[in-house]
Design a protein around this ligand. Structure first.
Ligand code: TAP
Length: 453
């Protein structure tokens, strides 16, 4: 048996050893999920909803425990981790209402009656990244279970602890055995079995575009259903007529949430040239004011990066001759710390401007006029998130329609709400999660003609 030692990124101390599933153990979990599917899909919709609601309540009763686990195992500030655990509860509660609303249609035909029913797609394989272990687990898990699917979830190797605990809470809430299983292990082993095993009928993958492309190719072999939530390089567009104070004050949250390890990070700030200097004056204190430190301490806003290797990767975007405009602070001593860093001016072909950094590094670049702002925002293979700051409603809508991205905010840095659809354009992904239609993505429509003559 191989094990993985989860490390606390803030202290570099071991937290817990986790047994890694083998390919055979992954197969066994998938086969148990396939068996459990028959009874789970047959549970009356109201009862399935009640079980999901009990699951939500069970999570609610363990928010503090889950948050502490995430802080220790992933380095998330405890306030953020508490919010993330609360999101698992809320997503479960939201989709607990869905089973009774999974209705089909009656379609007029001659000589009979045509009805459609929504059948659960089958066993769902959920492959989760390390950056938001709890919310992203819940985004796939809750609608899949509501649709009557059974779920085998593979957490990221580095951050399995909260998913494993949520798996236990599901059983404590009364979900039948094998309806929701968490199988820790390597992507190349457990993740690959989820992609390759024919009993898995849908993959929900969140992670890098590179691995997502491999997974899509693997799913193609079996015409397996697939949702991909991938990388991003989003723009935060600030027009001269905006509330500059607010735009600058919230820009750090738009990019440095979770130490920038956020697919929605708006890591390119584009500022109308006429207000660039003023914006930079306002941004500097906002960056200096970010409270970076012990994630277990109340009030900490930014913790460490996930690993030493990831910190090295982030640092490689800021070589010694990088145009650092200003920086925030970071603790000394153990922990994978990296200070919030603002780069300006950056060349349009600089890797820091073109590639997803997934760390606390942001670039600031001027633009002139609406058309250039849209062109610059779209000059990336990604299209996940984005923000627009302007007092002109017409411009806000024009620019929002022009930017090729799945999720935008106007005069706000907020990007994800579980009751609204979420997903990407271009290399940022395929399909939408969350919102009222997410359960449909875990069903197949069956069309039945009943002759009356
Ligand atoms: P990846 O390295 O792609 O890993 C994601 C998951 O895939 C992990 O569980 C990983 O397992 C697994 N995996 C790796 N190779 C696999 C394979 N061959 N077959 C099946 N599964 C495999 O991403 P990451 O570094 O964890 O996460 C960062 C990336 O995710 C960023 O690009 C970020 O933008 C993106 N992301 C996107 C979103 C949305 S919603 N669009 C949200 C969060 C993150 P191991 O942990 O064992 O490697």
């Amino acid at each position: 048996m191989t094990t993985y030692t989860v490390i606390n990124p803030a202290t570099e101390q071991p937290v817990r050893d986790v047994a890694q599933a083998s390919a055979a153990e992954a197969d066994a979990a998938i086969e148990r999920a396939a068996k459990a599917l028959e009874s789970w899909r047959a549970v009356a919709p109201g009862d399935r909803g009640r079980l999901l609601h009990r699951f939500a309540e069970q999570v609610d009763a363990h928010i503090t425990e889950l948050a502490a686990l995430e802080t220790a195992g992933s380095g998330h500030p405890v306030g953020a981790a508490t919010w993330e655990a609360g999101q698992v509860r809320d997503v479960l509660a939201y989709y607990s209402a869905a089973p009774e609303r999974l209705t089909g249609r009656q379609i007029p035909v001659s000589g009979g009656l045509n009805v459609t029913v929504k059948e659960p797609v089958g066993v769902v394989g959920l492959i989760v990244p390390w950056n938001f272990p709890m919310p992203i687990l819940s985004w796939g898990m809750a609608p899949a279970l509501a649709a009557g699917c059974t779920v085998v979830a593979k957490p990221a190797e580095m951050t399995p602890l909260t998913a494993m605990r949520i798996g236990e809470l599901a059983l404590e809430a009364g979900l039948p055995e094998d309806v929701f299983q968490v199988v820790p292990g390597k992507g190349s082993v457990v993740g690959q079995r989820l992609v390759d095993h024919p009993a898995v009928r849908k993959i929900v993958f969140t992670g890098s575009t590179e691995v997502g492309q491999q997974i899509m190719a693997g799913c193609a072999r079996q015409v397996k259903r697939l949702t991909l939530e991938l990388g991003g390089k989003s723009a935060n567009i600030v027009f001269a007529d905006s509330d500059l104070q607010k735009a600058a004050a919230t820009a750090p949250s738009a990019v440095f949430d979770n130490a920038g390890q956020d697919c929605c990070a708006r890591s390119r700030i584009l500022v109308e040239a006429s207000v660039l200097d003023r914006f930079m004056e306002l941004l500097e204190p906002a960056i200096a004011g970010i409270r970076v430190g012990d994630p277990a301490a109340e009030g900490t806003e930014m913790g460490p990066l996930i690993s030493a290797a990831h910190r090295d990767r982030v640092a490689s975007y800021v070589p010694d001759d990088a145009p650092v405009a200003f920086r925030g602070s970071a603790p000394d001593g153990p922990g994978y710390w990296y200070p919030p860093t603002v780069l300006a001016p950056v060349a349009a072909d600089a890797p820091a401007y073109t590639e997803e950094i997934f760390g606390p590094v942001v670039t600031v670049t001027p633009f002139t006029g609406e058309a250039e702002a849209i062109a610059m925002a779209n000059d990336t293979p990604y299209g996940l998130s984005g923000s627009i700051w302007t007092q002109n409603v017409g411009r806000a809508i024009r620019v929002a329609r022009g930017v090729e991205t799945g999720n935008l905010s106007v005069n706000s840095h907020s990007s994800v709400r579980y009751w609204t659809p979420f997903g990407g354009f271009k290399l940022s992904g395929l399909g939408r999660e969350l919102g009222p239609d997410a359960v449909d993505a875990f069903t197949e429509i069956k069309n039945i003609f009943i002759a009356t003559e």
